[in-house]
Design a protein around this ligand. Structure first.
Ligand SMILES: [Zn+2]
Length: 189
């Protein structure tokens, strides 16, 4: 787990979408100075994914040292195995649950916006209030949403127990971002 991950082709695109999200304050730094929001992209057709490091929400341009590659996960033990010098986002298990549930998903965006969250709560597939972010419970609930709701086709999940939290996904970052913008336009036309 020492040393940066090897360069990956999606980093420039990841930064491009992060900039858009930062401009819209969908990721960033909260009033307490804590970074929020994270992005991930699947490594080709594997089960691995690259994810932004813990606490990098406020950084304008990420370098490899700010990213980790998650190569295994264990929902029960609440653990991920990763490569790279950055600690993967504490919400990595949540991303893993989406990649595992939807083999066509190639990217995940997790952002925060109270107004959008409030509007989507229980209107889009929503995890229960009892499930807190980054927990096995959250991962299990997300996997259940894929079997019980239209999460797969709507490509969005709202987290009732993680205030302001929204996840979108798609085959790539372009689609994942477009899903988010589609919902956002209803609130901020
Ligand atoms: Zn969050």
């Amino acid at each position: 787990m020492s040393g940066d991950i090897a360069s990956f082709s999606g980093l420039a695109e990841l930064n491009a979408y992060r900039r858009k999200l930062l401009d819209l304050h969908l990721i960033g730094v909260d009033p307490e100075g804590i970074g929020f929001g994270n992005l991930s992209v699947r490594e080709g057709a594997t089960k691995n994914f690259y994810i932004t490091g813990s606490g990098t929400g406020g950084i304008s341009e990420l370098i490899l040292a700010n990213c980790a590659k998650v190569v295994a996960h264990d929902f029960e033990r609440n653990q991920v195995r990763y490569e790279g010098s950055a600690m993967p986002s504490s919400e990595s298990l949540t991303h893993a649950a989406i990649y595992q549930s939807d083999p066509t998903a190639g990217a995940v965006i997790h952002c925060h916006n109270s107004k959008l969250w409030a509007a989507l709560l229980n209107q889009a597939p929503t995890t229960s209030k009892a499930a807190e972010y980054g927990t096995p419970e959250m991962a299990y609930e997300i996997m259940q949403l894929f079997t019980r709701t239209d999460a797969q086709s709507r490509k969005i999940v709202v987290t009732a127990g993680h205030e302001g939290g929204i996840l979108t996904f798609g085959r790539d970052l372009e689609e994942t971002f477009a899903v988010l913008m589609h919902e956002r336009k209803k609130i901020y036309p």
